[in-house]
Design a binder for this molecule. Structure first.
Ligand code: ATP
Ligand code: MG
Length: 359
């Protein structure tokens, strides 16, 4: 399937007085894509979303939607639905009237409107809630209504500004999954603003990482995580260790008293200061070398936790079961399975001593 650019942002600059909130932002979003704007607080995510919606007038640049120049189009002449962080429902209107609000100006017959509202309520899993008022709904339910309202006119573009951040963790994880499924089903081009990297990594087709009004990197979740193009992206998305050092010859970096072989030196020249970055899961723990505190044991079970696994290990000659975290790389390399015998090393310098409390 060939991708068609649906939304094009060209050299967007936005100022608030003297302050430049967006700096030459250019971006092309394909039809049906789910794109996340990810970045720290104040980096310009909402500003960019508001500019796309026409809620703030643009200082300079151009916006094209479905081939049409909408740079100066008023809000009511644009084709989008929007959901904000705070549910922003009309408290004095019923759920049905909230959802039907956008249909008012569209000369939809009463019968069709009722049918459409029912359909939308079923899409967001809130059947038979038409007559309720926002105050009678939970935060998650209110956000479903806001989503239904945004989708009522079947817009070409769905804009979501931190729609999940006001919800508690469980509801958030659940709605995250539902929104993603709904978006795939409807095929509506979607932009979601978030400062939650996990949300972006799990939901987006492509992530736009922003910092200080600039786009740092655009890529698939995998590209952003595995091939970060700047220390900012590497640090912001996922966990990362940094070692400051300098290039001491064409294949080695000196960092304090350690010397590391590196495979690529990029554009760095000898003596130029740099930072070596390494993901925690790429660091391996080895059992050879230092043989202090090596115990023998059996793996009781392994629990998958994403980038690592948690194992419970029975120790030979001891009745205490130990819990040990290991990377997926190690798990593969050591071919660990339940019931397997393993060596367990307890590094000397990680052991702390406490007085025994009287029982
Ligand atoms: N109406 C405004 N007037 C003046 N400055 C503004 C206005 N709106 C935003 N800003 C500034 O522009 C910058 C970007 O703001 P924006 O709201 O886009 O950030 P954000 O990335 O959405 O952050 P958050 O994650 O906190 O929502 C911030 O420094 C903010 O203070
Ligand atoms: Mg914001």
């Amino acid at each position: 399937m060939t991708a068609h650019p649906y939304l094009q942002l060209i050299d967007i600059d936005q100022y608030f007085g003297q302050f430049q909130a967006l700096k030459k932002v250019s971006l092309s979003i394909n039809e049906g894509e789910f794109v996340c704007f990810l970045g720290p607080s104040g980096c310009g995510k909402t500003t960019l979303l508001r500019v796309i919606a026409g809620l703030d007038s643009l200082c300079s640049g151009q916006i094209l939607q479905a081939g049409r120049d909408i740079t100066y189009a008023p809000v009511n002449k644009r084709d989008f639905g929007i959901v904000f962080q705070s549910y922003a429902l009309f408290p004095n209107l019923s759920v049905a009237d909230n959802i039907g609000y956008g249909l008012k100006s569209r000369r939809v017959s009463r019968q069709n409107k009722t049918a459409r509202i029912r359909e939308l309520l079923s899409v967001v899993g809130l059947e038979r809630s038409e007559q309720k008022y926002p105050s009678q709904l939970s935060g998650g339910q209110q956000q479903r209504v806001a989503l239904a309202r945004a989708l009522a006119t079947s817009p070409g573009l769905l804009l979501l500004d931190e729609p999940l951040s006001a919800l508690d963790a469980r509801v958030r994880a659940h709605l995250r999954h539902e929104i993603k499924q709904l978006q795939e089903k409807l095929g509506v081009t979607t932009i979601m603003v978030t400062h939650d990297q996990e949300e972006a990594l799990t939901m987006a087709d492509r992530i736009v990482v922003m910092n200080h009004g600039l786009i740092e990197q655009i890529g698939t979740p995998e590209e952003i995580y595995c091939q970060p193009q700047s220390a900012f992206v590497a640090d912001f998305v996922g966990e990362m260790n940094f070692l400051d050092g300098f290039l001491c010859n064409d294949s080695q970096v000196q960092s304090q008293s350690i010397r590391l072989d590196v495979s690529q030196t990029g554009s760095f020249s000898i003596d130029s200061p740099l930072r070596v970055a390494v993901r925690p899961e790429d660091i391996r723990l080895r059992l050879n070398g230092d043989r202090h505190n090596v115990l023998n044991g059996t793996v009781l079970d392994l629990e998958f936790l994403g980038s690592k696994a948690r194992s419970r290990v029975a120790v030979k000659g001891h009745d205490q079961i130990l819990i040990a975290d290991i990377s997926m790389n190690e798990l593969t390399e050591l071919e660990l399975r339940n019931g397997q015998n393993v060596d367990i090393q307890l590094p000397r310098d990680r052991l702390q001593l406490f007085g025994k409390a009287a029982s």
